[in-house]
Design a protein around this ligand. Structure first.
Ligand SMILES: [Zn+2]
Length: 256
């Protein structure tokens, strides 16, 4: 392993919750630290349509840096959120995210089916609009990959994905992108993901304020560089080369 002395160029945090209340007081400082760390853009995902005004305000405050997604997180939405999502999906968003399925949180079979059909309709809509989906899945990775493949949508980003290697390979063969979070520094599961995914299909993310390098503290986009260096070390790559490739991946997928 070696570190290059060349200056870093550009990293994109492809999944961060900057509308989270934990950033209300010091978001300017958080974004300044991210910019200092070479984070040149950030996909600001949402968990519920109710956050979308706040996400729009963040886009306006950091133009050309913050790009908003419209999200609806499995398990935590009400019927009126689905209506709001449909209405807001008429507007322009960089992606639909965070969306997906979670059969760890959702135990009830009927609720799972409801989540699955909502997810499918969102993927269909994203496909028709030609925007990516920024996908959460827990405990149901294989099902999510199968549904995404069946949908025929090619602009797919699986965030913090955890599944068996054979399932990860299915997603790789389908051409999907996988993002590695900063929690890779302590997570064997994320290290497994980072070993499997070809660098041409790899992205980085923080999932701020969670999934940080230190479980007890708030995570923020500047920490994304820790993920880059962890993967570079793991794969015995020049971090500058890895940065260049993954930056191009994110720009291509999100058309930035
Ligand atoms: Zn998230």
């Amino acid at each position: 392993m070696f570190y290059s002395s060349r200056e870093h160029k550009s990293m994109i945090d492809t999944h961060a919750h900057l509308a989270d209340p934990s950033f209300d007081k010091d978001l300017d400082d958080v974004v300044a630290r991210a910019r200092n760390a070479g984070v040149t853009a950030c996909i600001v995902v949402g968990e519920l349509p109710g956050e979308s005004d706040k996400i729009r305000a963040i886009e306006k405050r950091y133009p050309g840096w913050a790009f908003g997604g419209l999200g609806i997180f499995p398990s935590s939405y009400a019927p009126e959120d689905v209506e709001a999502f449909r209405r807001l999906s008429e507007q322009k968003w960089v992606c639909f995210g965070e969306v997906g399925m979670d059969t760890w949180l959702v135990q009830d079979e009927e609720e799972r089916l409801r989540d699955e059909s909502l997810f499918l309709s969102i993927v269909e809509r994203a496909k028709s609009l030609d925007i990516p989906v920024n996908v959460h899945s827990r405990n149901c990775g294989k099902r999510v990959i199968e549904l995404l493949i069946a949908s025929g949508h090619s602009r797919v980003h699986l965030h913090a994905f955890d599944a068996k290697p054979s399932t990860i390979r299915l997603g790789i063969e389908a051409g999907f992108y996988f993002s590695v979070p900063a929690s890779i520094v302590h997570s064997p599961q994320k290290q497994k993901l980072a070993r499997l995914v070809p660098v041409e299909q790899m992205l980085f993310e923080t999932d701020a304020p969670v999934l940080g390098p230190d479980r007890a503290s708030r995570n923020e986009p500047a920490n994304i560089r820790l993920a880059l260096h962890a993967v570079a070390e793991l794969r015995d790559m020049d971090p500058v080369e890895l940065e260049t490739i993954t930056d191009a991946n994110a720009r291509k997928l999100y058309k930035l």
